[in-house]
Design a binder for this molecule. Structure first.
Ligand code: ZN
Length: 674
């Protein structure tokens, strides 16, 4: 799902998860509140305090939130489907049912995984060893890329941002094992400790593979040195999300000026796509530096690095000793997670990731009510109508920019539930003989499926999400908003609940995605999804001033002692949240026109229930390690600030709870885009 790398999501990708028998509540449960906490001082604490106390983080998670309950209910449904498919001996050969059952069974078969050892890696290691010089080394890299083994840099096919109806190959920085370039570059004690732990981890993995401890440690240091060079050449996360800075279209001839050692025509030939003549280079400086390193770093060292990349990519599909060591570093050390997820959960994820559109139709049958789509459509239309009002009346916008903004809004396309055109897996072979073999063939299938699209028209029926995904997203090059079936359930969306809750919860998520279309990056695309500057200089300046209010606000939030939120990194998400909640509130109010006033229920006014519906979806306990990782790598602010940082800019919130000037939840003056 390469589209994922370009999409703006509603939820942090760290929401991954498991269930422990909790019941989803469809109506508001007062026990979730902490009534000792004042809503005007800490709304997040007030609305979630009770829930947070009653729901400690399970050992298998780095964080645990209300959203996890939904994700786990989804996963339970998938488990039932997969266990039935794996047990069905009558499933026709080559059918989707047989494939999902076989992939699941091969993942669950730990005895076969132990027996296979690491021998499936031997041909890969042999190929790495065969490289004789920089040219043959790059052929090896191309072959590894085809197998899904990431190294040196990344590559995917997606819409050309300046010609959005046609797909183009995009190449970008990559090849790192740690979560971000800053992990290699920062000089604080925590970062130094992380690097020392990483070297220990790599050493342990090579020792498990049979290298002596002395050799393994030397290899680990070599890998650290290479990855540090790649990190030094990488853009930081803020620039890497900037659509202008990352758009550098080049012909393969122009690429030859950028890279004299690395041959792009040869790379595409090695991949099996010799006709590729145009590429978007996301970070040209990275490729210049990589080119230098290809000759400056000895070939032997590169081979050590590639051997590591092949080993770490396969770790979770190898015998337990590798899998456990991999978890010890990436799960426990980096995220604070105490125990591995049970095998079945990881295997469900594997099938969803690799055969998501074979599994998805079965999920839809059991967990997606047919009526959901119409209700969603109605809410989306209501929110779009409010933004149309806003854009039509914003006094700081010129007529020229306004017209373009309204054009863009009129071209927004919502996608609800799931794709209408399921992926065809006929050419993918899945069997029960080798889990690693299945993963490799799936990666090769995904690679080919993606690369085949280079130069082809963009297919707008394609989804960046599988149906059970608990998330939502905006794709700027398609001007599309997506709401997979997985998120269309309580507490996000509840058929049995009144509109106040639904507009506060899923309504704010819908608004968030619409808001991405006009966030500081999204605003740079036009209605057809082309990167084009349609703002007058003065309007752009006005916009940036408004956005900088939000950036400053979020930079002021402290996630951990000494670690503040990066306002620049989270700006797009924070804009989405604020624009989204404001749209949802007014769309809800408008939907009440001509109807009797909603009553007070359980002591809460309808306005209060709207905000309670919003606040409760963010209830999340997080381990400090996970929070640190999130603040450093995730464009989504931590949950507490998504709730509080948003409502404090809404006078409607202050009015609903009687908050006064000077209260912590009243920001003066409030930040506002529209
Ligand atoms: Zn988002």
């Amino acid at each position: 799902m390469k589209l994922r790398s370009l999409i703006s999501l509603a939820l942090s990708l760290m929401i991954v998860a498991s269930v422990f028998g909790q019941q989803l509540t469809s109506t508001f449960d007062r026990r979730n509140l902490d009534e000792t906490c004042l809503p005007c001082q800490d709304f997040y604490g007030y609305v979630n305090g009770g829930w947070l106390k009653q729901n400690p983080i399970p050992g298998t998670f780095g964080s645990w939130g209300v959203a996890n309950l939904v994700a786990e209910a989804n996963r339970d449904a998938l488990k039932n489907i997969l266990e039935a498919a794996a047990a069905n001996t009558k499933a026709p050969a080559g059918s989707n049912e047989k494939k999902i059952g076989d992939l699941y069974a091969s993942c669950m078969d730990t005895a076969a995984i132990e027996a296979a050892g690491t021998k499936a890696l031997n041909p890969v290691f042999a190929e790495i060893k065969k490289a004789k010089d920089e040219r043959t080394l790059q052929t090896t890299v191309a072959h590894l890329h085809k197998m899904g083994i990431g190294s040196m840099f990344s590559r995917f096919v997606a819409a050309d941002a300046k010609n959005s109806s046609i797909n183009i190959v995009q190449v970008g920085q990559g090849g790192l094992s740690l979560p971000d370039r800053d992990y290699y570059l920062k000089q604080d004690d925590k970062s130094k400790d992380t690097r020392a732990e990483f070297i220990k981890h790599v050493t342990n993995m090579f020792v498990l593979l049979g290298d002596t401890p002395a050799v393994a440690e030397a290899e680990a240091n070599t890998i650290m040195a290479i990855e540090t060079k790649l990190a030094q050449a990488s853009m930081d996360r803020v620039d890497a999300r900037n659509p202008i800075k990352t758009y550098n279209k080049k012909t393969t001839a122009e690429l030859n000026e950028l890279n004299t050692t690395f041959s792009w025509p040869q790379y595409f030939k090695d991949l099996g796509y010799p006709n590729i003549k145009e590429v978007v280079v996301r970070q040209p400086d990275f490729f210049k530096a990589l080119d230098h390193e290809l000759t400056a770093t000895p070939l032997d060292d590169w081979q050590v690095y590639l051997r590591w990349r092949a080993l770490t990519a396969a770790a979770t599909a190898l015998p337990a000793k590798f899998d456990n060591e991999n978890f010890r570093f990436f799960g426990t050390y980096l995220q604070g997670t105490k125990e591995q997820q049970p095998r079945w959960r990881r295997c469900v994820n594997t099938v969803d990731n690799n055969l998501g559109e074979a599994l998805g139709p079965e999920y839809v049958k059991v967990r997606y009510p047919a009526t959901a789509k119409a209700k969603m459509k109605e809410m989306i239309d209501n929110l779009l109508a409010i933004l149309k009002d806003d854009l039509s009346t914003a006094d700081w916008m010129s007529a020229e920019t306004r017209k373009q903004a309204l054009d863009k809004l009129s071209l927004f396309t919502p996608y609800i539930g799931h794709t209408e055109k399921w992926q065809d897996y006929r050419t993918l072979t899945i069997d029960r003989s080798s889990y690693l073999g299945n993963l490799r063939r799936s990666a090769e299938f995904g690679f080919k499926d993606n690369l085949d699209k280079a130069g082809q028209p963009v297919d707008h029926s394609e989804w960046p999400f599988t149906p059970p995904t608990l998330n939502a997203g905006y794709l700027p090059t398609g001007n599309q908003i997506f709401f997979p079936a997985g998120i269309l359930q309580p507490p996000f969306f509840d058929f049995n609940s009144e509109d106040a809750f639904n507009y506060g919860a899923i309504g704010a998520i819908i608004g968030h995605e619409i808001g991405h279309g006009f966030d500081h990056n999204g605003r740079r695309y036009d209605g057809k999804g082309n990167l084009r500057d349609w703002w007058t200089a003065d309007d752009a300046k006005q916009y940036e001033e408004r956005a900088s209010c939000i950036e400053k606000e979020f930079s002021g939030f402290q996630a951990l002692e000494g670690l503040n939120v990066n306002g620049k990194l989270v700006l797009g998400e924070a804009i989405g949240d604020l624009v989204g909640l404001r749209l949802a509130y007014r769309a809800w109010k408008k939907s009440l026109v001509g109807k009797p006033d909603p009553p007070t229920i359980d002591g809460f006014t309808a306005e209060q229930r709207f905000f309670l519906g919003f606040g409760r979806v963010w209830g999340t306990n997080a381990r400090p390690e996970t929070l640190r990782l999130q603040v450093q790598t995730d464009p989504h602010p931590p949950a507490r600030f998504r709730a509080n940082g948003t409502v404090m800019n809404m006078p409607e919130f202050a009015a609903a709870f009687g908050c006064k000037s000077g209260d912590a939840m009243v920001r003066e003056p409030a930040c506002k885009i529209w």
